[in-house]
Design a protein around this ligand. Sequence first.
Ligand code: ACO
Length: 321
Amino acid sequence: EDVMSVEKFLKQNTTNSALSEEECDLDIVEFHPSFTYTVFGELEKIFGYKGLQIYLNYAAGSLMTYLQIFYKNTVNKIETIENVSLKVDEIEEPITKVLSSDLLHSISDFSKAVVSESIDFTPNGKKIHQYTLSNENDCVYEIYENNFSDKEFRKFHQRLQTFVIFFIEGGQFVDDTDEKWTFYTLYKKADYCGKNVYSFVGFCSVYNYFHWPDNIRARISQFLVLPPYQQSGHGSKLYNFIRQSILSNTLIVDLTVEDPNEAFDDMRDKNDIKWMLSAGNIKKLDKPLPFKDLHNLMSASKFCKKQLIRVAELCLLKNLN
Ligand code: ACO
């Protein structure tokens, strides 16, 4: 049982499960972490194993997790280089530290979780938006809003937060007792053998800061689209939806982003420019303006000062060309 892949196990146990043979032929999507330094140190290397393979298996909707570690053998003597003893690195303990406390401990428990969620799983939180992509007509994408007052979401978040470590450089866990967080989760809903099956696609966390005297300043903290879904427009759809809901919330004064990386800035700039151009007034911008005038022209955008200047500059360049 320990050395069996999840796919093989599911196939062999079809007759014992509540799914038909066809249903048990579940899609398994493999992707790799971008960053592992939080778990294995700056060099991102694991010493002492031959043929090492580490699998973190996630059920696609609930993100119930099962860790598998395979290797052929380990170095049998401790090496000493320049008086420093090198011993076989720990694997399970550092990984487990970034995994949820409801981690599954056997392949059969994991397959049960996969089977049961393909029968009845719906995402946590309130569904607030849905969209389709023009090149896919067999599924719909749904956005849910959540916060930490929901105990079930807190459990789900424990599983989700590992992705922050693996995919966002410098990403850290957030305090899940702080109710000022809003989480937007994005799911794919597809028909699978006559049932609606959900797969987690990505998420965005927004912190609602106090803004004097009685308003809110919203700050995007973590934004992630899982690798298999990147470059298909989901990041843009999620970001545009969040911007739109912030614009229609009269309590929110502006939208900022915590430590954005280049890829996020790129996506944000393109979408902000498209939105500003469709809104109309920026079309007239053909010369640099004092900040006050710029602010008046773009006040409806709720961009923070930095983003406002950035978007105006890009629009100016576009209009000059
Ligand atoms: N087919 C091909 N390409 C497409 C399609 C499509 N149907 N739709 C959009 N694209 C292109 C876009 O034009 C864009 O390309 P361009 O940059 O050349 O113009 C590109 O795909 C990206 O746009 P989206 O698909 O909307 O964005 P994506 O879903 O890939 O999300 C993101 C971008 C969030 C940066 C994602 O890559 C990601 O999660 N990366 C890892 C984590 C990360 O870096 N997060 C941000 C950290 S900063 C922070 O958290 C505040």
